[in-house]
Design a protein around this ligand. Structure first.
Ligand code: PLP
Length: 468
């Protein structure tokens, strides 16, 4: 990992400063509001979320725990809904999904994307209106497609010729008609502050526009009995901070949209621009607000539609991370602390917590950056460059690579990591037979369990040797 920071980790004076972007805080006890959910604050030096002191939350529910700020989640969901009025806003369930969250979204008028039979089962169990569900995936099984059709999901986003045939057969057999979007690859890959427009489209998702497969897929969907062609779908990446990456994609996708009108005489009613809107994990990140994103995307699409002389289709977007990411933090208890000497006399403090890569794989998987704060008390000891690590048997088991934490962090302290709502619980594993932590909702000074902590009985439930 240090190769990502070629300027070196230890500075000339021997004090370890970490990566260039990391600033030593004037007061490490203070929260940086951009990184935390709306109700997070420190009261009497203890981190409080939703009116609940995390010391109390841990006393009641144990640690580690994901803490879900209901007010923040719903405010972000409604902010997207309102900023994108006239669009359909599909929450990307893969970021984090459970029945409670699905019910909030249903109540607040959002739609929902799922990408597996399991996610569809959660939506069904929550009573989510199926006409507002979109079903994604590059390899949906015949059983998954059948279930989606039987449940009446509003749209299936098709991703291969095999699937077009399969879905048509499923719909025909049941005498149903299914709304279909065709997922296309626009040859744009957006990531963080950069986007790359490529001619090749070397990835598993979507039909290539440039290669002609996308137009052929549209023809086949249009011709298939049981499939109703709704429009095109394009998703260009994740953790995107502005709308510039969408410009090239929108131009290419709308050109195809116009070509379909020309060739088939069909005005497809919809178009989906995907998700991927970024959030702030650390001070490096500067996300756009939903209203700025909406203005930017609408302007891009309108401009292109005018140039092509076509009517603007009804648009949809699919934010996941930008709604749930900042709405959760993870609280851990510190178990051990170790100072490790590095070259040049500098040292790094390893703070080991009672979770790790089983509850947050993003640091190991994507080299993601996070931040952390001492949550259970104040400290006036100078901050030292620290690394928050987990308890797994793996040297790469890192939760927060670089953060300044007070120099006296000790066993029994609570440390909280913000921005863990997206792709943490949903990617959590039982590695080392860890029990996956609960998701504890907080609101108005009260806690409520959204997903309970796993037990050893849960772990052993699938091990059929247990009863032998
Ligand atoms: C993952 C994904 C999203 C959501 O991405 P975020 O970065 O969480 O906003 C939306 N649409 C599709 C097709 C996806 O695969």
């Amino acid at each position: 990992m240090p190769t990502a920071h070629p300027s070196g980790w230890a500075h000339a004076d021997g004090a370890l400063r970490g990566p260039q972007w990391l600033r030593e805080p004037a007061d490490p006890n203070e929260l940086l509001p951009l990184l935390w959910s709306a109700t997070a604050t420190k009261v009497d030096d203890v981190l409080v979320v939703g009116g609940v002191a995390l010391t109390d939350l841990v006393r009641e529910h144990g640690s580690p725990a994901y803490v879900l700020d209901e007010v923040d989640f719903r405010e972000r969901a409604r902010a997207f809904r309102d900023a994108f009025a006239g669009y359909d806003v599909y929450y990307a369930g893969k970021a984090f999904l459970c029945t409670t969250v699905a019910r909030w979204l249903a109540e607040d008028g959002l739609s929902l994307d799922v990408c597996s039979g399991g996610e569809l089962a959660v939506a069904e169990r929550a009573g989510f209106p199926m006409e507002r569900v979109g079903f994604h995936g590059n390899n949906k099984s015949p059983a998954e497609l059948a279930r989606a059709v039987e449940l009446g999901v509003g749209r299936v986003i098709v991703d291969s010729f095999h699937e077009v045939d399969r879905l048509a057969a499923v719909a025909r057999d049941r005498g149903r008609t299914v709304g279909v979007l065709v997922r296309v690859t626009a040859g744009v890959e957006a990531h963080t502050h950069e986007y790359i427009a490529t001619a090749h489209e070397d990835q598993k998702f979507g039909f290539s526009i440039s290669g002609g497969d996308a137009l052929e897929a549209v023809r086949r969907v249009h011709a298939a009995e049981g499939l109703r062609l709704l429009g095109l779908h394009s998703h260009i990446g994740s953790q995107i901070f502005d709308t510039s990456g969408f410009e090239v994609a929108a131009r290419r996708v709308l050109a195809l949209h116009a070509a379909v009108r020309e060739e088939l005489g069909v005005d497809m009613p919809e178009m989906d621009l995907g998700g991927g809107f970024g959030i702030a994990y650390t001070t490096q990140d500067d996300p756009s607000r939903p209203d700025a994103l909406a203005a930017g995307l609408t302007a891009i699409v309108e401009h292109e539609c005018r140039a092509l002389g076509i009517e603007r289709p009804r648009l949809s977007i699919e934010p996941g991370r930008a709604i749930v990411g900042p709405a959760m933090c993870t609280v851990y208890e510190v178990g051990t602390v170790k100072q490790v000497a590095l070259d040049g006399g500098a040292g790094r403090t390893y703070v080991s917590v009672d979770g790790g890569m089983s509850d947050n794989i993003r640091t190991a998987l994507y080299d993601a950056d996070y931040s952390a704060t001492l949550a259970s008390r104040r400290s006036d000891v100078s901050p030292v460059l620290s690394r928050v690590v987990g308890k797994h048997c793996e040297a790469g088991d890192i939760v927060v690579k670089d953060e300044f934490l007070p120099g006296d962090v000790a066993p029994g302290d609570l440390v909280a990591v913000p921005g863990t709502g997206a792709y943490c619980r949903s990617m959590a594993s039982n590695y080392n037979h860890a029990l996956r932590p609960p998701v504890i909702g907080v609101r108005d000074g009260k806690t409520f369990t959204v997903v309970r902590r796993e037990t050893e009985a849960d772990l052993l439930a699938t091990d059929v040797g247990v009863g032998v």
